[in-house]
Design a protein around this ligand. Structure first.
Ligand code: AMP
Length: 223
């Protein structure tokens, strides 16, 4: 895989909770040396730091609801002003509403429309994945293995720190997040399809296969 600099089109990962956005986004950002911007991660950091934004966001997140658009937009526009975003960046979990998508289109201009990868995964698989998902408290690695004999304290394969379950992966919250996705985020599929930038990927495959679908598209279009 070649490296590239000055990627003029942002990359967006779109898909329901548990579709593999975080896993693919981390991997792609590392391969292409561009920042991985996850609004979910930014919000969890705010909660950890006990900031005012964190206090507000916590209630929405734990209820499986979206954090209000104005807060997301302000946080995101701030983040992408950073110098490290000058040569391109990748968005994971944002935009999640039409309002957010429209703000971004305006920000970028029609000359810099994004690549939008939609990770398509059947609902029953999403529910199973949420039940199994563990996240590393230190390096953020996402683990999804099904262990036959769960360890008392599972640890990260990558860095050895403790793995934990996201509070919003509790079954009733997952169902609410899926509902919110259907109502507020799914309309973005036709929004980006109409702009001619939607790339549909079969997300119900192994991590490597999904990654190959994505890089095949980027390598062909970026040359
Ligand atoms: P994620 O890690 O992407 O699954 O995000 C976790 C939670 O953070 C979501 O369920 C929302 O409550 C909130 N969140 C993350 N990104 C956004 C966004 N773009 N718009 C609104 N809420 C968001």
């Amino acid at each position: 895989m070649h490296h590239f600099f000055g990627l003029s089109r942002p990359i967006i990962f779109l898909g329901p909770p548990g579709s593999g956005k975080g896993t693919q986004a981390k991997r792609l950002a590392a391969a292409y040396h561009i920042p991985h911007i996850s609004t979910g991660d930014l919000l969890r950091e705010q909660i950890k730091q006990k900031t005012a934004l964190g206090q507000i966001a916590k209630g929405w997140i734990e209820a499986g609801q979206l954090v209000p658009d104005e807060l997301i937009i302000e946080m995101l526009l701030n983040r992408i002003q950073n110098e490290d975003c000058a040569a391109g960046y990748l968005l994971d979990g944002v935009p999640r509403t039409l309002v957010q998508a429209e703000v971004l289109t305006k920000e970028w201009g029609t000359a810099h429309l994004p690549f939008v990868f939609f990770l398509d995964v059947p609902t029953e698989v999403l529910v199973q994945r949420a039940e199994r998902r563990l996240v590393c408290t230190a390096c953020g690695m996402i683990d999804n293995q099904l262990v036959s004999e769960p360890q008392a304290q599972p640890t990260c394969k990558n860095c050895g720190a403790a793995l934990h379950r996201r509070p919003d992966d509790a079954p009733e919250v997952v169902l609410e997040r899926l509902k919110v996705y259907d109502q507020l985020t799914k309309p973005l599929l036709s929004y980006y399809e109409d702009l001619g930038v939607l790339v549909q990927c079969n997300g119900n495959q192994g991590v490597d296969q999904v990654f190959r679908q994505i890089t095949d598209v980027l390598e062909n279009k970026l040359d």
